[in-house]
Design a protein around this ligand. Structure first.
Ligand code: NAX
Length: 328
Protein backbone atom coordinates (compact mmCIF):
# COMPACT_ATOMS: atom_id res chain seq x y z
CA UNK A 1 0.00 0.00 0.00
CA UNK A 2 1.09 3.58 -0.66
CA UNK A 3 2.38 5.87 2.06
CA UNK A 4 -0.29 8.43 2.89
CA UNK A 5 0.10 11.92 1.47
CA UNK A 6 0.09 14.62 4.16
CA UNK A 7 -2.49 17.30 3.46
CA UNK A 8 -2.60 20.37 5.70
CA UNK A 9 -5.74 22.50 5.83
CA UNK A 10 -5.64 25.81 7.67
CA UNK A 11 -8.87 27.38 8.85
CA UNK A 12 -10.14 23.83 9.18
CA UNK A 13 -13.03 24.79 11.46
CA UNK A 14 -14.35 27.36 8.99
CA UNK A 15 -17.12 26.89 6.48
CA UNK A 16 -14.87 26.13 3.49
CA UNK A 17 -12.92 23.71 5.68
CA UNK A 18 -16.13 21.90 6.56
CA UNK A 19 -16.94 21.31 2.91
CA UNK A 20 -13.35 20.65 1.85
CA UNK A 21 -12.18 18.09 4.39
CA UNK A 22 -14.77 15.47 3.54
CA UNK A 23 -13.95 15.65 -0.14
CA UNK A 24 -10.22 15.33 0.53
CA UNK A 25 -10.81 12.36 2.82
CA UNK A 26 -13.00 10.66 0.21
CA UNK A 27 -10.14 10.72 -2.31
CA UNK A 28 -11.31 13.52 -4.58
CA UNK A 29 -8.26 15.72 -4.06
CA UNK A 30 -5.56 13.32 -5.18
CA UNK A 31 -7.36 10.32 -6.58
CA UNK A 32 -9.20 7.16 -5.55
CA UNK A 33 -6.03 5.20 -4.82
CA UNK A 34 -4.14 7.75 -2.71
CA UNK A 35 -4.43 7.54 1.09
CA UNK A 36 -4.29 10.87 2.90
CA UNK A 37 -3.24 11.98 6.36
CA UNK A 38 -4.99 15.22 7.32
CA UNK A 39 -3.44 18.00 9.40
CA UNK A 40 -5.98 20.52 10.60
CA UNK A 41 -4.53 23.87 11.66
CA UNK A 42 -6.65 26.34 13.59
CA UNK A 43 -6.22 29.24 15.96
CA UNK A 44 -6.45 28.20 19.64
CA UNK A 45 -10.07 29.38 20.03
CA UNK A 46 -11.20 27.18 17.14
CA UNK A 47 -9.22 24.00 17.87
CA UNK A 48 -12.16 22.48 19.70
CA UNK A 49 -14.48 23.08 16.75
CA UNK A 50 -11.87 21.53 14.42
CA UNK A 51 -11.75 18.52 16.75
CA UNK A 52 -15.50 18.23 16.25
CA UNK A 53 -15.00 18.15 12.49
CA UNK A 54 -12.29 15.51 12.99
CA UNK A 55 -14.81 13.40 14.96
CA UNK A 56 -17.19 13.59 12.01
CA UNK A 57 -14.40 12.64 9.63
CA UNK A 58 -13.79 9.56 11.81
CA UNK A 59 -17.48 8.80 11.71
CA UNK A 60 -17.51 8.76 7.92
CA UNK A 61 -15.05 5.81 7.99
CA UNK A 62 -13.33 6.91 4.79
CA UNK A 63 -11.15 4.02 3.60
CA UNK A 64 -8.48 6.44 2.31
CA UNK A 65 -8.20 8.49 5.49
CA UNK A 66 -5.07 7.28 7.24
CA UNK A 67 -5.13 9.72 10.17
CA UNK A 68 -6.05 13.21 11.39
CA UNK A 69 -4.08 15.64 13.54
CA UNK A 70 -5.70 18.78 14.92
CA UNK A 71 -3.35 21.50 16.08
CA UNK A 72 -2.68 25.18 16.58
CA UNK A 73 1.06 24.58 16.19
CA UNK A 74 2.56 25.60 12.84
CA UNK A 75 5.41 23.10 13.06
CA UNK A 76 3.07 20.18 13.69
CA UNK A 77 0.81 21.36 10.90
CA UNK A 78 3.45 21.80 8.22
CA UNK A 79 6.34 19.41 9.01
CA UNK A 80 6.43 16.87 6.22
CA UNK A 81 3.38 18.27 4.48
CA UNK A 82 2.94 17.48 0.79
CA UNK A 83 -0.11 19.62 0.06
CA UNK A 84 -0.91 22.77 2.04
CA UNK A 85 -4.31 24.38 1.58
CA UNK A 86 -4.12 27.78 3.23
CA UNK A 87 -7.77 28.62 3.77
CA UNK A 88 -7.80 30.45 7.10
CA UNK A 89 -7.33 34.20 6.78
CA UNK A 90 -8.30 37.42 8.47
CA UNK A 91 -11.51 38.70 6.87
CA UNK A 92 -12.08 42.40 6.30
CA UNK A 93 -14.27 43.75 9.07
CA UNK A 94 -16.21 46.99 9.11
CA UNK A 95 -14.07 50.10 9.04
CA UNK A 96 -10.90 48.16 8.22
CA UNK A 97 -8.58 49.84 5.71
CA UNK A 98 -6.77 47.80 3.08
CA UNK A 99 -3.45 48.38 4.82
CA UNK A 100 -4.87 46.94 8.08
CA UNK A 101 -6.19 43.94 6.20
CA UNK A 102 -2.87 43.26 4.49
CA UNK A 103 -1.01 43.68 7.77
CA UNK A 104 -3.31 41.30 9.64
CA UNK A 105 -2.88 38.70 6.92
CA UNK A 106 0.85 39.24 6.86
CA UNK A 107 0.76 38.13 10.49
CA UNK A 108 -0.75 34.83 9.31
CA UNK A 109 0.99 34.11 5.99
CA UNK A 110 4.53 35.14 6.96
CA UNK A 111 4.85 32.55 9.76
CA UNK A 112 3.08 29.95 7.63
CA UNK A 113 5.56 30.55 4.80
CA UNK A 114 8.40 30.20 7.29
CA UNK A 115 6.99 26.96 8.69
CA UNK A 116 6.58 25.55 5.18
CA UNK A 117 10.15 26.57 4.38
CA UNK A 118 11.45 24.93 7.54
CA UNK A 119 9.58 21.66 7.48
CA UNK A 120 7.46 20.84 4.46
CA UNK A 121 8.21 17.86 2.24
CA UNK A 122 10.40 18.45 -0.83
CA UNK A 123 7.43 18.08 -3.15
CA UNK A 124 5.19 20.49 -1.22
CA UNK A 125 2.46 22.25 -3.19
CA UNK A 126 0.71 25.24 -1.69
CA UNK A 127 -2.70 26.62 -2.58
CA UNK A 128 -3.78 29.87 -0.95
CA UNK A 129 -7.55 30.29 -0.74
CA UNK A 130 -7.76 32.84 2.09
CA UNK A 131 -8.18 36.41 0.85
CA UNK A 132 -6.57 38.53 -0.43
CA UNK A 133 -5.38 35.24 -1.91
CA UNK A 134 -2.83 36.42 -4.49
CA UNK A 135 -1.04 38.72 -2.09
CA UNK A 136 -1.23 36.26 0.80
CA UNK A 137 0.47 33.74 -1.50
CA UNK A 138 3.11 36.35 -2.34
CA UNK A 139 3.78 36.90 1.37
CA UNK A 140 4.03 33.16 2.12
CA UNK A 141 6.29 32.58 -0.89
CA UNK A 142 8.68 35.34 0.06
CA UNK A 143 9.24 33.70 3.45
CA UNK A 144 9.98 30.32 1.91
CA UNK A 145 13.16 30.98 -0.09
CA UNK A 146 14.14 27.29 -0.12
CA UNK A 147 10.90 26.17 -1.71
CA UNK A 148 10.73 26.56 -5.50
CA UNK A 149 8.59 29.62 -6.29
CA UNK A 150 6.33 27.63 -8.60
CA UNK A 151 4.96 25.70 -5.61
CA UNK A 152 3.05 28.74 -4.35
CA UNK A 153 -0.27 29.30 -6.05
CA UNK A 154 -3.51 31.13 -5.28
CA UNK A 155 -7.02 30.14 -6.21
CA UNK A 156 -8.88 31.58 -9.17
CA UNK A 157 -10.45 28.23 -10.09
CA UNK A 158 -13.74 29.28 -8.51
CA UNK A 159 -13.80 32.29 -10.85
CA UNK A 160 -12.88 29.98 -13.73
CA UNK A 161 -15.70 27.58 -12.88
CA UNK A 162 -18.15 30.45 -12.45
CA UNK A 163 -17.20 31.77 -15.88
CA UNK A 164 -17.79 28.34 -17.44
CA UNK A 165 -21.20 28.14 -15.77
CA UNK A 166 -22.28 31.60 -16.93
CA UNK A 167 -21.12 30.98 -20.50
CA UNK A 168 -22.80 27.57 -20.51
CA UNK A 169 -26.14 29.17 -19.64
CA UNK A 170 -25.75 31.92 -22.22
CA UNK A 171 -24.94 29.60 -25.11
CA UNK A 172 -27.16 26.78 -23.83
CA UNK A 173 -24.33 24.28 -24.08
CA UNK A 174 -23.31 21.82 -21.35
CA UNK A 175 -20.32 22.82 -19.22
CA UNK A 176 -18.42 19.77 -20.45
CA UNK A 177 -18.35 21.28 -23.95
CA UNK A 178 -16.77 24.55 -22.80
CA UNK A 179 -12.99 24.73 -22.90
CA UNK A 180 -10.17 27.26 -22.52
CA UNK A 181 -11.80 29.87 -20.34
CA UNK A 182 -9.10 32.08 -18.79
CA UNK A 183 -9.09 34.18 -15.64
CA UNK A 184 -6.42 36.88 -15.63
CA UNK A 185 -5.10 38.98 -12.75
CA UNK A 186 -6.28 39.23 -9.18
CA UNK A 187 -8.92 37.16 -7.39
CA UNK A 188 -10.95 40.30 -6.76
CA UNK A 189 -13.57 42.40 -8.49
CA UNK A 190 -10.91 43.53 -11.01
CA UNK A 191 -10.29 40.00 -12.30
CA UNK A 192 -10.77 39.48 -16.02
CA UNK A 193 -12.64 36.40 -17.22
CA UNK A 194 -11.64 36.00 -20.88
CA UNK A 195 -13.70 34.10 -23.45
CA UNK A 196 -11.79 35.23 -26.55
CA UNK A 197 -9.81 31.99 -26.66
CA UNK A 198 -12.55 29.82 -25.20
CA UNK A 199 -14.37 27.17 -27.15
CA UNK A 200 -18.00 26.14 -27.15
CA UNK A 201 -18.30 22.65 -28.61
CA UNK A 202 -15.19 23.35 -30.68
CA UNK A 203 -16.23 26.81 -31.92
CA UNK A 204 -14.75 30.10 -30.73
CA UNK A 205 -16.82 31.27 -27.75
CA UNK A 206 -16.63 35.00 -28.51
CA UNK A 207 -17.94 34.32 -32.03
CA UNK A 208 -20.71 32.07 -30.75
CA UNK A 209 -21.76 34.73 -28.23
CA UNK A 210 -21.22 37.59 -30.70
CA UNK A 211 -22.41 40.20 -28.20
CA UNK A 212 -19.79 42.54 -26.73
CA UNK A 213 -22.47 44.31 -24.68
CA UNK A 214 -23.29 41.06 -22.88
CA UNK A 215 -19.63 40.37 -22.35
CA UNK A 216 -18.94 43.82 -20.90
CA UNK A 217 -22.14 44.50 -18.97
CA UNK A 218 -23.33 41.06 -17.92
CA UNK A 219 -20.75 38.29 -18.13
CA UNK A 220 -17.69 40.01 -16.66
CA UNK A 221 -19.50 41.73 -13.75
CA UNK A 222 -21.56 38.60 -12.99
CA UNK A 223 -18.43 36.47 -12.66
CA UNK A 224 -16.43 39.13 -10.82
CA UNK A 225 -19.21 39.93 -8.35
CA UNK A 226 -20.56 36.44 -7.90
CA UNK A 227 -19.15 36.20 -4.38
CA UNK A 228 -21.22 39.20 -3.30
CA UNK A 229 -24.34 37.78 -5.00
CA UNK A 230 -23.91 34.51 -3.08
CA UNK A 231 -23.62 36.39 0.22
CA UNK A 232 -26.75 38.37 -0.65
CA UNK A 233 -28.73 35.19 -1.44
CA UNK A 234 -27.35 32.75 1.11
CA UNK A 235 -26.55 35.08 3.97
CA UNK A 236 -23.06 33.55 4.01
CA UNK A 237 -20.14 33.53 1.61
CA UNK A 238 -19.45 30.78 -0.95
CA UNK A 239 -18.23 27.68 0.80
CA UNK A 240 -19.02 24.40 -0.97
CA UNK A 241 -18.28 25.92 -4.39
CA UNK A 242 -15.00 27.33 -3.06
CA UNK A 243 -14.09 23.95 -1.60
CA UNK A 244 -14.98 22.29 -4.89
CA UNK A 245 -12.72 24.71 -6.76
CA UNK A 246 -9.86 24.03 -4.34
CA UNK A 247 -10.27 20.31 -5.01
CA UNK A 248 -10.24 20.99 -8.75
CA UNK A 249 -7.16 23.23 -8.51
CA UNK A 250 -4.99 20.66 -6.73
CA UNK A 251 -6.39 17.70 -8.67
CA UNK A 252 -5.58 19.40 -11.97
CA UNK A 253 -2.14 20.51 -10.77
CA UNK A 254 -1.21 16.97 -9.73
CA UNK A 255 -3.02 14.98 -12.42
CA UNK A 256 -2.80 17.36 -15.38
CA UNK A 257 -5.14 19.34 -17.62
CA UNK A 258 -7.11 17.46 -20.26
CA UNK A 259 -5.77 17.38 -23.81
CA UNK A 260 -7.04 20.45 -25.67
CA UNK A 261 -7.95 22.37 -22.54
CA UNK A 262 -6.32 24.50 -19.89
CA UNK A 263 -7.25 25.89 -16.48
CA UNK A 264 -6.71 29.12 -14.53
CA UNK A 265 -4.35 29.40 -11.59
CA UNK A 266 -2.74 32.39 -9.91
CA UNK A 267 0.98 31.62 -10.21
CA UNK A 268 4.24 33.50 -10.01
CA UNK A 269 4.70 35.54 -13.16
CA UNK A 270 7.78 35.14 -15.35
CA UNK A 271 6.88 38.35 -17.17
CA UNK A 272 4.50 36.64 -19.61
CA UNK A 273 1.85 38.90 -21.14
CA UNK A 274 3.46 41.95 -19.58
CA UNK A 275 2.65 40.86 -16.02
CA UNK A 276 5.61 41.99 -13.88
CA UNK A 277 7.89 39.17 -12.86
CA UNK A 278 7.31 37.87 -9.35
CA UNK A 279 3.66 38.89 -8.99
CA UNK A 280 1.22 36.09 -8.21
CA UNK A 281 -1.30 36.65 -10.96
CA UNK A 282 -3.90 34.44 -12.62
CA UNK A 283 -3.07 33.04 -16.04
CA UNK A 284 -4.31 30.29 -18.29
CA UNK A 285 -2.06 27.33 -17.48
CA UNK A 286 -1.61 23.77 -18.60
CA UNK A 287 -0.54 21.17 -16.05
CA UNK A 288 1.49 18.08 -16.83
CA UNK A 289 3.57 15.71 -14.69
CA UNK A 290 2.70 17.70 -11.57
CA UNK A 291 3.89 21.03 -12.96
CA UNK A 292 2.05 24.06 -14.36
CA UNK A 293 3.10 26.16 -17.31
CA UNK A 294 1.64 29.47 -18.47
CA UNK A 295 0.00 29.08 -21.88
CA UNK A 296 2.11 31.09 -24.32
CA UNK A 297 1.44 32.89 -27.55
CA UNK A 298 -2.16 33.98 -27.05
CA UNK A 299 -3.17 37.08 -28.93
CA UNK A 300 -4.49 39.70 -26.52
CA UNK A 301 -6.92 42.19 -28.08
CA UNK A 302 -7.44 45.75 -26.80
CA UNK A 303 -10.57 44.81 -24.86
CA UNK A 304 -8.62 42.16 -22.93
CA UNK A 305 -5.41 44.19 -22.62
CA UNK A 306 -7.14 47.03 -20.81
CA UNK A 307 -8.77 44.69 -18.32
CA UNK A 308 -5.70 42.54 -17.67
CA UNK A 309 -3.63 45.69 -17.09
CA UNK A 310 -6.18 47.10 -14.61
CA UNK A 311 -6.19 43.93 -12.52
CA UNK A 312 -2.40 43.63 -12.62
CA UNK A 313 -2.13 47.25 -11.49
CA UNK A 314 -4.17 46.35 -8.43
CA UNK A 315 -1.80 43.45 -7.71
CA UNK A 316 1.17 45.81 -7.99
CA UNK A 317 -0.47 48.17 -5.50
CA UNK A 318 -1.05 45.31 -3.07
CA UNK A 319 2.57 44.17 -3.53
CA UNK A 320 3.85 47.70 -2.91
CA UNK A 321 1.65 48.00 0.19
CA UNK A 322 2.94 44.75 1.74
CA UNK A 323 6.48 45.73 0.79
CA UNK A 324 6.07 49.05 2.61
CA UNK A 325 4.75 47.16 5.62
CA UNK A 326 7.91 45.03 5.58
CA UNK A 327 5.89 41.86 4.92
CA UNK A 328 7.81 40.76 1.85
P1 NAX B 1 -14.51 31.16 7.91
O1 NAX B 1 -14.46 32.44 8.65
O2 NAX B 1 -15.74 30.31 7.98
O3 NAX B 1 -13.30 30.25 8.36
C1 NAX B 1 -11.99 30.72 8.47
C2 NAX B 1 -11.30 29.90 9.53
O4 NAX B 1 -9.93 30.25 9.53
C3 NAX B 1 -11.83 30.14 10.94
O5 NAX B 1 -12.19 28.91 11.53
C4 NAX B 1 -10.64 30.78 11.65
O6 NAX B 1 -10.56 30.41 13.03
C5 NAX B 1 -9.47 30.21 10.85
N1 NAX B 1 -8.22 30.96 10.96
C6 NAX B 1 -8.05 32.30 11.06
N2 NAX B 1 -6.76 32.59 11.21
C7 NAX B 1 -6.08 31.43 11.18
C8 NAX B 1 -4.72 31.08 11.31
N3 NAX B 1 -3.78 32.02 11.50
N4 NAX B 1 -4.38 29.79 11.25
C9 NAX B 1 -5.32 28.84 11.09
N5 NAX B 1 -6.63 29.10 10.99
C10 NAX B 1 -7.01 30.39 11.02
O7 NAX B 1 -14.15 31.52 6.40
P2 NAX B 1 -14.41 30.66 5.08
O8 NAX B 1 -15.75 30.98 4.54
O9 NAX B 1 -14.06 29.25 5.33
O10 NAX B 1 -13.38 31.36 4.08
C11 NAX B 1 -11.99 31.26 4.28
C12 NAX B 1 -11.25 32.19 3.35
O11 NAX B 1 -11.48 31.90 1.99
C13 NAX B 1 -11.63 33.67 3.51
O12 NAX B 1 -10.44 34.44 3.55
C14 NAX B 1 -12.40 33.96 2.24
O13 NAX B 1 -12.33 35.32 1.89
C15 NAX B 1 -11.68 33.09 1.26
N6 NAX B 1 -12.35 32.78 0.00
C16 NAX B 1 -11.59 32.71 -1.12
C17 NAX B 1 -12.10 32.35 -2.35
C18 NAX B 1 -11.24 32.26 -3.56
O14 NAX B 1 -11.78 32.02 -4.64
N7 NAX B 1 -9.91 32.43 -3.52
C19 NAX B 1 -13.55 32.09 -2.51
C20 NAX B 1 -14.24 31.76 -1.23
C21 NAX B 1 -13.78 32.53 -0.03
O15 NAX B 1 -14.45 33.76 -0.01
Amino acid sequence: TRTPVNVTVTGAAGQIGYALLFRIASGQLLGPDVPVHLRLLEIPQAVKAAEGTAMELDDAAFPLLAGIDVTDDLKKAFDGTNVALLVGARPRTKGMERGDLLEANGGIFKPQGEAINAGAADDVRVLVVGNPANTNALIAKSHAPDVPADRFTAMTRLDHNRAIAQLSKKVETPVADIKKIAIWGNHSATQYPDIFHAEVAGRNAAEVVNDEGWLRDTFIPTVAKRGAAIIEARGASSAASAASAAIDHVHTWVNGTAEGDWTSMAVVSDGSYGVPEGLISSFPVVCKDGKWEIVQGLEINDFSRERIDASVRELEEERDAVRNLGLI
